[in-house]
Design a protein around this ligand. Structure first.
Ligand code: FEO
Length: 403
């Protein structure tokens, strides 16, 4: 145990006992520029309870923080809200070390803990609405299946109005500060939006249902304690409202143009389309995939209404950066987008057709004509690109008023 690691008090009987990962930069393709935290929480009830845990290499940091409050061997209950390994990787060793009376998980969580890690002991399964008495306090459970794994659930400590929300309402942000009111608001919004766009977005319809369930549950929050990033103790209402707003995926007057170019022909087309959009009164984010990461693109798309994608053709294919970002975007299932494909080629020109196929699989509503040019766009082609931009601007304005 390292004595310098300390727990941080969250409420009367709740402590943060997680770990700070200052260096992680990749979460399955999601660029985490500011690192992350793996938040675990200790409830010092009669039955001392650990909620979630940390990645395997951070086991000692978590146990040291627990030890700054109580002997880890006194933990009686371990609750797993989410069995993905950033929150459970150390659990098999920790469970063996502390030998708690109960390990608690959702029905799917129980299976995952046994199959994925594995946890080799009986797991107490709790379902939606079940309660667990901790002696002087009580926990209740709300299953949140597919947000974002089948096992996911919330745990609520009624006596102190603390919601343990696992990945929901979290963000990848490594800081020495533990609470939302200690961190610049713009950073919180940016990182929460990036997290939503890169992780939660495909499950937006479930988010809306969950927010309704939470609103009608009568739960009052003084604290929302997610598994990543700061603990919300000031602006809980704000992050819940943002989730509601992002989940609706209402189109906005903004277009994301994503492109990759070999010898600048596709880039010239991209710039002409951008100018048409801008002169049509639409905000534009022009993103060369040589410069931007796929995570940045989906962040920008979260509050946009159109996606326009361009690529040169290389060896009968779209450029690899475009294939990469399209695969990533498709998996995240953005909704309510309009858009189009464009590009340049030397002798075959398959890229634009491939992009169109991806856009149609994403159910992007195509506007105007696809633009594909051999070698270099001349003045006439660039005028067409500009016109495509103004047409998308017009259609986007119509869409924003109707959706
Ligand atoms: Fe933070 Fe889904 O694990």
């Amino acid at each position: 145990m390292e004595e310098f690691y300390k727990a941080v008090r969250v409420s009367d009987h709740v402590y943060w006992v997680g770990a700070i990962d200052w260096t992680i930069r990749d979460f399955h393709g999601y660029l985490t520029r500011r690192g992350s935290t793996y938040n675990a929480y200790l409830i010092t009830a009669d039955k001392i309870t650990l909620i979630d845990a940390v990645k395997k290499p951070f086991r000692e940091e978590m146990l040291s923080r627990v030890a700054s409050v109580v002997d880890p061997g006194k933990i009686k209950y371990v609750i797993s809200n989410h069995s993905e390994m950033d929150h459970s990787g150390c659990l098999p060793e920790v469970i063996e070390l502390i030998n708690p009376e109960k390990v608690v998980a959702s029905p799917m969580g129980s299976k995952t803990l046994k199959e994925l890690l594995p946890v080799k002991r009986e797991i107490t399964v709790v379902k939606d609405g079940d309660r667990l008495n901790l002696g002087n306090m009580n926990l209740s459970f709300m299953e949140t299946r597919m947000l974002h794994w089948p096992d996911s659930m919330f745990t609520y400590l009624a006596e102190e109005h603390v919601l343990f929300s696992q990945d929901a309402f979290g963000m990848h942000l490594a800081t020495s500060e533990r609470f939302d009111d200690e961190i610049e608001e713009a950073i919180l919004r940016y990182e929460a939006a990036t997290y939503y766009a890169n992780i939660i977005l495909p499950y937006s319809s479930l988010v809306l249902k969950l927010l309704d369930r939470v609103a009608s549950s009568g739960m009052e929050f003084k604290v929302i304690a997610p598994d990543h990033g700061p603990v919300w103790r000031m602006n809980m209402k704000g992050i819940i409202e943002l989730y509601g707003q992002w989940a609706i995926q209402k189109p906005a007057l903004k277009t994301v143009i994503v492109y990759a170019t070999m010898w600048h022909s596709t880039e010239l087309m991209a710039r002409a389309i951008a100018e048409g959009l801008a002169q049509g009164g639409i905000a534009v984010k022009l993103m060369s995939m040589d410069e931007f990461h796929r995570s940045d693109v989906v962040y920008e798309l979260l509050e946009a209404g159109a996606l326009v994608v361009g690529s040169s053709t290389l060896n009968n294919n779209m450029l690899p950066h475009i294939a990469d970002v399209l695969t990533y975007i498709r998996g995240l299932k953005p909704a309510n987008l309009i858009g189009q494909a464009f590009g340049s080629y030397g002798w075959s020109g398959e890229a634009v057709g491939q992009i169109l196929k991806e856009l149609s699989e994403m159910k992007v509503e195509l506007v105007g004509d696809t633009l594909s040019v051999r070698h270099r766009p001349d003045g006439e082609v660039l005028k067409k690109c500009f016109s495509l931009g103004t047409l998308i601007a017009e259609k986007l304005r119509e869409k924003v008023t109707t959706v």
